[in-house]
Design a protein around this ligand. Structure first.
Ligand code: DLL
Length: 429
């Protein structure tokens, strides 16, 4: 179950030695980027100042806004001739963030994906359907080349036409699928409608957005797969940064390639193991676009112990983004918490939309959720009962009063890519 056993199980000392060597090299590489030359000069940090891994704390953070300001190629550390591919980040407002890859970067990235897929037990015996966007999004081509590297039979089905996707799973005997968890849920619903059995499936790789433990249970039940969480971010190649092993209680982030820090997002203070905060990553092996102390905005924590599988310390699954977190009347709310609550209530479905408004200077959260006909008598009284129940469960978990609207099954939007379940209208006039 190892793609590169020696590296994946390096003893702590050796790992730290490798990390420091690579950090020093990265520090030299970023000198080719004007942003870093100026920033490091202003902070009066020279290569000779990086003597231990802790010295990284002397270096200022890099933020997504910095990358946007450098649009399009301001963060490339090699001439464009050496950049063989470009991706951009998905769905942000304004200019996207551009990421570039040298030929060696693509090779490194494919090997990281191969590590992840091998770790969960996939091999050249598997038939793999890759149901994510193959365009500028890193998920499509990223997984594609990793899967080919280990010799899987790859079906580049991309997104769309869910009925056809289901037919292909059946006709080609697909054993492993990759998509966003929200699309997996939609796939399961359509398969149910079609009365289609997906007997060949064994493994589901789901990621690119947060999803809860209850969503995992639901997906495993509906699709008959073992579901693994896959974490990635375009600025750090794309998918493949961290992945669950068969223990499935946290994400293995590849420490030989990514130097991890967890910080308090408000103060920038570096936190210890077991403390939840924002993930900050310094990639150690990137050529075209090296970065220093990149603030991912993702909330997690580092575990104290190594994993039973033989690999080093994990981080917890991502509970949300520091900047996606909703503050409703002073209370922090993660959309994944809402999903978690709804999945536990059989009378409602698992699709929902959250609207946040400011009414008379007060934040109001409205949640549209689909009724589940199997548990609904059709009586108005019953509707009121279900609505009350959802409000109560949400209040118990979120410690927040919400308005719940029950809507017809199938009436809320389904998403092929990342779900956009929160519409925050507080900024609007
Ligand atoms: O979403 C790369 C990817 C593709 C990951 C396919 C996994 C599978 P971006 O579009 O740059 O890259 O979005 C990165 O998505 O900072 C997180 O906030 C969120 N995210 C990604 N994976 C997970 C996950 C790809 N497993 C942003 N759990 C990140 C929670 C995730 N959030």
């Amino acid at each position: 179950m190892f793609w590169d056993e020696k590296v994946e199980t390096l003893p702590k000392r050796e790992l730290e030695r490798l990390q420091l060597k690579r950090l020093k090299k990265t520090f030299l590489q970023v000198q080719n980027v004007e942003f870093y030359r100026e920033k490091l000069k202003a902070a009066r940090i020279r290569p000779s100042d990086i003597r231990t891994l802790d010295d990284i704390q002397k270096i200022p953070f890099t933020r997504k806004q910095d990358l946007r300001d450098g649009y399009p190629f301001g963060f490339f550390a090699v001439p464009l001739q050496q950049v063989v591919r470009i991706h951009t980040t998905s769905g942000t407002t304004g200019k996207p963030t551009v990421v570039g890859y040298t030929r060696k970067d693509l090779e490194t990235w494919a090997n990281l994906i191969a590590r992840n897929m091998t770790m969960v037990g996939l091999s050249d015996c598997d038939v793999f359907q890759n149901m994510v966007n193959y365009g500028m999004f890193t998920g499509g081509l990223g997984f594609h080349y990793g899967a080919e590297k280990i010799g899987m039979t790859v079906i580049p089905s991309a997104t769309g036409n869910t009925r056809r996707q289901i037919e292909m799973i059946q006709d080609f005997g697909v054993t492993a699928i990759h998509c966003t968890p929200s699309y997996a849920m939609h796939l399961a619903e359509v398969a149910e409608e079609m009365d289609a059995r997906l007997e060949s499936l064994t493994t589901g790789l789901f990621g690119a957005e947060p999803w809860s433990g209850s969503m995992r249970t639901e997906l495993e039940k509906k699709l008959g797969v073992t579901a693994f969480d896959s974490y990635g971010i375009s600025e750090l190649f794309g998918p493949g940064v961290a992945f669950e092993c068969p223990e499935r209680n946290g994400l293995h982030i590849w420490h030989d390639c990514y130097l991890v820090e967890i910080i308090n997002p408000a103060t920038g203070e570096v936190l210890g193991d077991g403390e939840r905060g924002e993930l900050v990553v310094t990639p150690l092996v990137k050529e075209a676009m090296p970065l220093l102390r990149y603030r991912t905005g993702d909330i997690t924590m580092r575990f104290e112990d190594d994993c039973l599988c033989g690999r080093a310390k994990k981080v917890s699954r991502i509970t949300g983004r520091s900047d996606d977190m909703l503050v409703i009347r002073g209370i922090n709310v993660f959309p994944s918490q809402i999903e978690h609550v709804l999945l536990k209530i059989p009378e409602v479905g698992n699709q929902f939309m959250v609207y946040v408004d400011r009414i008379n200077h007060l934040d109001e959260m409205t949640i549209d959720v689909e009724i589940n006909r199997d548990y609904f008598s059709g009586e108005l009284q019953d509707l009121a009962r279900i609505q009350k129940k959802v409000v109560k469960e949400l209040r118990d978990t979120l410690e927040l009063r919400t308005t719940v609207k029950l809507v017809e099954p199938g009436s809320l939007p389904r998403f092929e890519g990342k779900a956009k379940r929160v519409i925050d209208r507080r900024g609007e006039i």
